[in-house]
Ligand binder design. Structure first.
Ligand code: NAG
Ligand code: NAG
Ligand code: NAG
Length: 356
């Protein structure tokens, strides 16, 4: 009986505290929001300072045809609303108050250079502190725009940017700032295809064309480079070098040499087609230049062999007669060696240029 009443008393105390706590929250909510209009800026005579920061979660896909990088980020805004201040001692020592972001004023910061600007969840909580500071972190899917320079593909590096700014308020009303000089990467999950070289942040002011108003923006730069383990380049190098095998065959088998060179040519065409499926066909890439040079060399080899085929003496005639030091087989052998050596040097230079 005694234990029972102690338990009941304890329960009463606990629930009482919970109710009191609940009341403090309710009181604070009423105190803050009963006379609050979220559509107005907190004050109208001074600018509002808003700190923007960005945390990169995931790089999803670089679209080489549109020049965009799809990624998941967390965007944090920290700003102050002086209408939302309270004395913690009057409200059960509440020093941090979470409310739905839809009930507080949120600066209209959006992405200027992105087609998609979607929060990936449709609600989020804002944290309010007793001095009126509000912290709002939203996960977002965004498309950063990347100035595409594919001339070094597949060893390419891209500088992608995301520009945040207020959509309607110039710098007399909203001044953007940033607390860090890079993009946060502490939650970044590594990408198998891209490696992050560096990130940076820049503050800019843009004067609008029409009205002399100055808009502030904060631009985050993320520089990525392709992780390339020569997987794309390997087949191209092997195919281009294979043409040397032509000169291992007997010059008398001119027809077979030409067929072999033709097969190598087809493989180069296939590799080139695979390349144009991956990068926009109009861009000149390092790998594309290498394949083109390979095709050119291949064509020259075919022409040389066609000439050899044309002029090589038929086997039956003069087998015993042509034993002088200028016999046809010897001349053609020397010609083969010379061409093969020149090709070797040219291919070495080309391949060196591909890897450098
Ligand atoms: C709301 O604010 C106005 C102006 O500050 C004040 O006159 C009014 O009494 C307030 N109303 C409540 C319910 O606090
Ligand atoms: C923004 O960051 C700066 C530098 O850390 C700080 O001094 C300032 O108080 C911050 N502003 C807000 C509104 O939190
Ligand atoms: C990316 O571009 C911006 C603006 O042009 C520049 O400030 C930044 O240094 C660039 N980053 C790299 C790594 O080139």
């Amino acid at each position: 009986m005694k234990i029972c009443s102690i338990v009941i008393a304890l329960l009463l105390v606990i629930t009482g505290e919970a109710i009191a706590n609940q009341d403090f929250q309710g009181n604070l909510y009423d105190f803050l929001f009963s006379n609050y209009t979220k559509s107005f800026l907190p004050h109208h005579d001074q600018p509002h300072y808003v700190n923007v920061s960005l945390d990169l979660q995931l790089l999803q896909k670089l679209n080489l045809f549109q020049g965009t990088m799809h990624m998941n980020v967390w965007r944090a805004l920290v700003y102050k609303d002086e209408r939302l201040t309270w004395d913690p001692t009057a409200f059960g020592n509440i020093r941090r108050f979470n409310v739905y972001s839809s009930v507080v004023w949120v600066p209209d910061i959006s992405i200027w250079n992105s087609a998609s600007n979607e929060p990936s969840i449709d609600y989020s909580e804002a944290i309010i502190y007793p001095d009126g500071t509000i912290a709002l972190v939203v996960p977002m899917f965004v498309d950063a725009s990347c100035g595409l320079d594919l001339s070094d593909f597949p060893y390419d590096t891209h500088n992608c940017s995301l520009t945040f700014g207020s959509w309607t308020n110039d710098n007399s009303r909203i001044v953007l700032d940033t607390t860090s000089n890079s993009v946060g990467l502490s939650h970044f999950s590594d990408n198998p295809m891209w490696h992050i070289v560096e990130t940076s942040v820049q503050k800019n002011s843009v004067v609008s064309d029409c009205c002399e108003e100055v808009y502030e923006d904060v631009t985050f730069y993320i520089t990525i480079s392709r992780r390339e383990s020569h997987g794309r380049i390997g087949p191209a190098v092997v195919s281009v070098w294979l043409i040397l095998a032509v000169f291992l065959m007997q010059p008398s088998k001119g027809g077979e040499r030409i067929i072999f060179a033709g097969l190598v040519f087809v493989s180069l065409i296939v590799l080139n087609a695979a390349l144009s499926a991956e990068v926009p066909a109009y861009s000149v890439t390092r790998l594309g230049r290498f394949l083109l040079a390979g095709m050119l060399i291949n064509s020259i080899v075919v022409v040389i062999n066609a000439i050899i085929y044309r002029f090589y003496p038929a086997e039956q005639q003069g087998t015993t007669k042509a034993q002088s030091s200028f016999s046809a087989p010897r001349v053609f052998f020397l010609l083969d060696v010379a061409v093969a050596l020149i090709l070797f040097v040219v291919l070495t230079i080309l391949t060196g240029a591909l890897f450098s």
